[in-house]
Design a protein around this ligand. Structure first.
Ligand code: NAD
Length: 284
C-alpha cells in the first residue's frame, strides 16, 4: 500500500508560510499584488481565476482581475500587459491560458516583464531555469517538487521518468528533477517502448492529459508516482492520468486526483508572487 502525498495538506503548509511572510511584509508597508487577466468566457478558465483570487485573499495579497471580452484585440491585450508592467502595486501578472484563437499567446507571454512573470513562462525565465539560476519556477512542476521534498523522497541518482513534454509541465519538470541529480527520461507521444521505460522508473511523473493512462503494468514495485493530470470524465468527476486503483498497491508513494498536484499549483503561484514582491522591493 502506498503512502498518499496529500496536495491539500502540503499546499496548506505552503500557503500558511506565505501568509506569515506576507504579514511580515505588510508590517513594512508592502502588500504583494497579483493581476490576473482573463479573456473570454471559458468556464474552466473562470474556475481557475476564481480559485487564484480566493487564494490571494486567503494569504493576504491584493488581487486585481482584468476580465476582457472574447473579441479583445492583440493590441488591446498587449497594452494592458504594458500598463500592468508599469504599475508599482502589481508585483505579479498572469494571463490565464488558453486565449481565444485569434490572440497570440507567445507574444503575450513575451510581453510580461520577467520580474513580474509569476507563471515563469517568459523565455528569459525559462532560460534561467535551464541554467539553474532562477527567481521563479513554473508552478505545477515546482508543486510536484514541493510534494517530493515534504514526503522526504530523495531524487539524487534515481531513475526519473516524465511522461509529457509540454513547456508548462513536462519539460520544466524534467529539468527540476535533473537539478536534483535524478537520471531523467522524458517520454512523449512518439516514444517507443513507453511501458518498459516507465516500468524502470523509481520516480514516475504523469503529465499526459489522458485519464487512467498509467496502468499497474507500467509501474515498478515501490515506485513514487506523481499524477499531474486533470481530466474530466463523462460522469463529471475529475480523474488523473494514473489508474489510481491498480497503481496504488504497487507504489511506495502516490498523489491522488483530486487533492494532489492541483492545489499545489496555486500555492506555488502564491509563493512566486510573494517572491516577486520581495524582489521588486529589494528585500532579497
Ligand atoms: P499537453 O497536452 O500540452 O501535453 C501532453 C503531453 O503528453 C505531450 O507532450 C504529449 O507528447 C504527451 N503524450 C500524449 N499522448 C501520449 C502518449 N500516448 N504516450 C506518451 N506521451 C503522450 O498537456 P499539459 O499542459 O502538459 O498537461 C498535461 C496534463 O496535466 C493535463 O491533464 C492537464 O490538465 C494537467 N495539468 C494539471 C495542472 C495542475 O495544476 N495539476 C497544471 C497543468 C496541467
Amino acid at each position: 500500500m502506498a503512502q498518499i502525498i496529500s496536495g491539500k495538506e502540503v499546499s496548506a503548509k505552503v500557503r500558511a508560510e506565505v501568509k506569515e511572510e506576507c504579514d511580515a511584509l505588510k508590517a513594512k508597508g508592502i502588500c504583494p499584488g497579483l493581476a490576473v487577466i482573463i479573456v473570454g468566457d471559458d468556464p474552466a478558465s473562470r474556475v481557475y481565476v476564481n480559485n487564484k483570487k480566493k487564494a490571494c485573499a486567503d494569504v493576504g495579497f491584493i488581487s486585481e482581475e482584468y476580465a476582457l471580452p472574447a473579441e479583445t484585440t492583440q493590441e488591446e491585450l498587449l497594452a494592458l500587459v504594458e500598463e500592468l508592467n508599469n504599475k508599482p502595486e502589481i508585483n505579479g501578472i498572469l494571463c490565464q491560458l488558453p486565449l481565444p484563437k485569434h490572440l497570440d499567446e507567445t507574444a503575450v507571454i513575451n510581453a510580461i516583464s520577467p520580474m513580474k512573470d509569476v507563471d515563469a513562462f517568459h523565455p528569459s525565465n525559462v532560460g534561467k531555469i535551464m541554467i539553474g539560476d532562477y527567481h521563479f519556477l513554473p508552478c505545477t512542476p515546482a508543486g510536484v517538487m514541493e510534494m517530493i521534498h515534504t514526503a522526504g523522497i530523495e531524487v539524487s541518482g534515481k531513475n526519473c521518468v516524465v511522461i509529457g513534454r509540454s513547456n508548462i509541465v513536462g519539460k520544466p519538470m524534467a529539468m527540476l528533477l535533473l537539478h536534483e541529480n535524478g537520471t531523467v527520461t522524458i517520454c512523449h507521444s512518439k516514444t517507443r517502448d513507453l511501458k518498459e521505460i516507465c516500468a524502470a522508473a523509481d520516480i514516475l511523473v504523469a503529465a499526459v492529459g489522458r485519464p487512467k493512462f498509467v496502468t499497474a503494468d507500467m509501474v515498478k514495485e515501490g515506485a513514487v508516482v506523481l499524477d499531474v493530470g486533470i481530466n474530466r470524465l463523462d460522469n463529471g468527476k475529475l480523474c488523473g492520468d494514473v489508474d489510481f486503483e491498480s497503481v496504488e498497491p504497487k507504489a511506495s508513494y502516490i498523489t491522488p486526483v483530486p487533492g494532489g498536484v492541483g492545489p499545489m499549483t496555486i500555492a506555488m503561484l502564491m509563493k512566486n508572487t510573494l517572491k516577486a514582491a520581495k524582489l521588486q522591493n529589494n528585500i532579497i
